[in-house]
Design a protein around this ligand. Structure first.
Ligand code: PMP
Length: 455
């Protein structure tokens, strides 16, 4: 067997990871024994920060209804909810008149945005976006822009499309800050400049950006931002939509009900409703105070940590991952905007001859490493990156080596963040090298659409 280069050692002189839950969980290996679980699926859902968990646990005995009760704990909970809004606003640099609505998730926020668009709005999206950005615009006139091959081209393609638009109609560009497939950072400030030059607003899908980089809406000059608590180390079911107040205030509430309504009057033929004009307009029903408080706790923890040191740490882990994978010639790391593009700690790849679901299953079953396989809710992008046509079936097929020249239908994604120990990335790099060089040590089969070890 040809000698295989050893992956380089990671940089040990790094800032400490932020403490997160779950780093001491032991998981069984099919081959015998157990190892500490290496959670490398932060892009799907990040583990909770220890601090978030402690804050939530300390608050729970004081839990009470928000915006309802006259009692002490209700007032305390209402204050906490509203303080959380202020903390999250500060964390992403909201302008004084921006509204910040607590939602369930980024998907919820983007769907809310789609519902509040003024009539006749033109929406611009790239075909390479996450489905949460591609799909909600059922009431708008949508222009789908072709995949750019570089950051520069992204701005050019958009500028060209915007030059041809009708300036009388409201316009919105919805763009990701960091891709959940390639981790690549999109040129948000440049996109905003081009859009604003023709009076078009920008909504930033920051689901993958906010956990990895300090984000300031004023610096980026974006009009709206959407993100999720569960990717921001606060998995308690809250998300955020924040931005310019006028469209939010002028639209019908996203949900109709208590909290969103200020005054309801019965008439012979129905009801008249005065809706709230503040942040509560789109927060009908009992708000998720724990989710909001958990998000605020995570924002505080990241703001108080040295975020720049966390970014430096993440970049070092990223270099280690990429140089390690580069020592395995069969591995191809997926990139849309160019391999040298800046990216966050999200790396998708395929390995020659490997069905990606098989590789991901073996990383879990034989190495205790949790990654994700699939098309990551960005089917058009993943098909494009893999060179597959839309007509090709997406089933991952049997967990056997692919025929020579056969293309995988999906990819493996590893992703990490502020809580990832160096050892997890190190183990991942070594495990991929070993699996690709020596093959899986166990047998796998497809069960309910998933690749699982035969037991
Ligand atoms: N946008 C991006 C870029 C994402 O990565 C995700 C989650 N994978 C979403 C939107 C949707 O987020 P959520 O599932 O929290 O609604």
């Amino acid at each position: 067997m040809p000698a295989h280069p050893t992956p380089p050692a990671p940089d040990r002189a790094l800032a400490a990871p932020l403490p997160v839950l779950g780093t001491d969980i032991m998981v069984p290996l099919v081959t015998g024994g157990e190892v500490p679980y290496a959670a490398l699926d932060y892009a799907a859902s990040a583990p909770a920060l220890q601090r978030v968990w402690e804050d939530v646990a300390a608050y729970l005995p004081y839990y009470g209804s928000v915006h309802r009760g006259a009692g002490y704990l209700s007032q305390l909970s209402t204050d906490l909810f509203e303080q959380s809004r202020v903390i999250v606003r500060d964390f992403v640099g909201c302008r004084p008149d921006d509204q910040l609505v607590f939602t369930r998730s980024t998907t919820d926020s983007l769907n809310m945005m789609a519902m509040v668009l003024p009539a006749g709005t033109e929406v611009y999206i790239f075909e390479t976006e996450h489905h949460a950005t591609l799909l909600p615009w059922r009431r708008a006139d949508v222009t789908v822009l072709p995949a750019p091959a570089s950051r520069y081209e992204a701005v050019e393609v958009l500028a060209e499309a915007l030059a041809a638009r009708n300036p009388q109609r409201p316009g919105l560009v919805c763009v990701t800050g960091a891709s959940n497939v390639t981790g690549e950072l999109w040129p948000v400030a440049e996109i905003t400049e081009v859009a604003h030059a023709v009076g078009v607003r920008v909504l930033l899908d920051a689901a993958q950006l906010v956990p990895h980089r300090p984000v300031d809406m004023r610096d980026l000059d974006v009009d709206y931002i959407a993100f999720s608590g569960h990717k921001l180390y606060a998995p308690f079911g809250a998300g955020v939509l924040a931005g310019r107040p006028d469209w939010l205030r002028d639209a019908e509430p996203y949900l109709a009900g208590g909290g969103a309504s200020r005054r309801v009057t019965r008439h012979a033929d129905g009801f008249t409703v005065e809706w709230q004009e503040n942040d509560n307009r789109h927060e009908a029903g009992s708000p998720n105070v724990i989710g909001a408080y958990a998000m605020a706790s995570a924002c505080r923890a990241l703001a108080e940590a040295d975020f720049d040191a966390l970014v430096a740490r993440e970049e070092s882990l990223l270099r280690h991952t990429l140089t390690g994978l580069a020592t395995v010639p069969q591995v191809r790391v997926l990139s849309l905007l160019g391999q040298d593009s800046p990216r966050v700690g999200v790396v998708s790849f395929v390995a020659d001859g490997w069905n990606s679901s098989h590789l991901a299953a073996a990383l879990s079953a034989e190495h205790g490493i949790g990654v994700r396989d699939g098309m990551f809710c960005a089917h058009p992008l993943v098909r494009l990156l893999l060179g597959n046509s839309p007509d090709q079936p997406d089933q991952c097929g049997a967990p056997e080596p692919l025929a020579p020249g056969e293309r995988p239908v999906n990819a493996v994604r590893m992703s990490f963040g502020a809580g990832t120990p160096v050892e997890h990335v190190d183990r991942f790099v070594k495990a991929v090298a070993q699996l690709v060089r020596d093959g899986a040590r166990w047998t796998y089969r497809i069960e309910a659409g998933r690749c699982v070890p035969v037991r």
